[in-house]
Design a binder for this molecule. Structure first.
Ligand SMILES: Cc1cc2nc3c(=O)[nH]c(=O)nc-3n(C[C@H](O)[C@H](O)[C@H](O)COP(=O)(O)O)c2cc1C
Length: 306
């Protein structure tokens, strides 16, 4: 790992809520980079972020471990089997194979991804299709820790691609399921439909969170007065978990739900709707014939309107 030489005064400021809202609109996975190393100011920005306890702590209080590797050896490109090319830096997301550990890691890492989007850096989550060995050899691990995902980052080779094209929401929406696919009211039997709720814009934007194979594994149930949102993972990639070629080290759905929750949290806060996260025991019937798991609940703060 290199250490940065950028003076603190040259560090880009952190994105505020409205910037992050914009980043939610425009973020897109970037898989081809220009091969350039991170500029010192960007490197220093990331290092400062990774050392900031508040940024690196998830909503349930766990400190997340993410390492920045730079100056990657050429065979690191081989490490992604050519799916993602010409990046010089990568974030390595390390977590225990535990639902909430993975959720919090994704929450924290997605926050950083959005900061990088704001700085016009490209990113792509990779849960599979990289060689664990090529990443692990540079790092040490505590018991139970593993590389849950990596996030190559850098400057997109096609500069136009990152923002000019993606600023059009129309393009993005072509790649996401409609709201009724993942959002319900009262129970899993009632899709959101035309339900009037001030959460609709945030739910709509959170659909664009990154997810493994774009499976959009989050399933959320609003209670009747939209004061709570219960968040579940829907599993469809269990058969792809393992240590082999194109396998996920951990269930990627927990990560998907973490990126969704962070997106939802930013989108609500940016429109002055405050809420908190908890792990509750909601009275929520999970359909027997679906592979679903409850993870957590968002609860609107008392003064937060409805
Ligand atoms: C947990 C997770 C794992 C992912 N793994 C891979 C991967 O192994 N290879 C890849 O090319 N993209 C991977 N992605 C990126 C998704 O394919 C991408 O987010 C999704 O298709 C939506 O596209 P978008 O990010 O451009 O909005 C992963 C995303 C997540 C959240």
């Amino acid at each position: 790992m290199n250490s940065s030489s950028a003076p603190a005064s040259s560090l880009p400021p952190e994105a505020g809520l409205q910037d992050l809202l914009e980043a939610l609109h425009v973020r897109r996975s970037i898989r081809t980079y220009d091969g350039q190393p991170l500029r010192p100011a960007h490197q220093a920005f990331i290092e400062r972020y990774l050392h900031d306890g508040a940024h690196m702590t998830g909503p349930f209080g766990r400190r997340v471990r993410i390492e920045l590797l730079q100056g990657l050896p050429k065979d690191m490109q081989v490490g992604t089997y050519g799916y993602t090319k010409y990046f010089d830096a990568v974030l390595v997301a390390i977590a225990k194979d535990d639902p909430i550990d993975l959720f919090e890691m994704a929450w924290v890492a997605h926050g950083l991804v959005l900061q990088l989007t704001h700085l016009r850096l490209g990113t792509v989550w990779m849960g599979a299709a990289f060689s664990q060995q090529s990443v692990r050899r540079n790092l040490s691990f505590e018991d139970g820790e593993q590389v849950a995902a990596i996030i190559p980052l850098g400057y997109p080779r096609d500069k136009k691609r990152l923002f000019d094209l993606i600023a059009s929401k129309g393009l993005a929406s072509a790649h996401r399921k409609p709201l009724d696919f993942s959002c319900f009211v009262g129970s899993f039997e009632r899709p959101l439909g035309d339900e009037q709720t001030d959460l609709r814009d945030a739910l709509d934007l959170a659909r664009f969170a990154p997810s493994a194979m774009n499976k959009q594994s989050w399933r959320v149930v609003l209670n009747e007065d939209a004061r709570q949102v219960h968040v579940c993972a829907k599993f469809s990639l269990r058969h792809k978990i393992g240590m082999g070629f194109r396998q996920y080290a951990v269930a990627p759905e927990y990560i998907d739900v973490g990126t969704w929750a962070r997106s939802f949290d930013i989108a609500t806060r940016a429109t002055a709707i405050e809420g908190t996260w908890s792990i509750a025991a909601p009275d929520l019937a999970l359909p027997q014939d679906e592979d679903l798991e409850y993870l957590c609940t968002w609860t609107r703060s008392a003064a937060g309107g409805a």
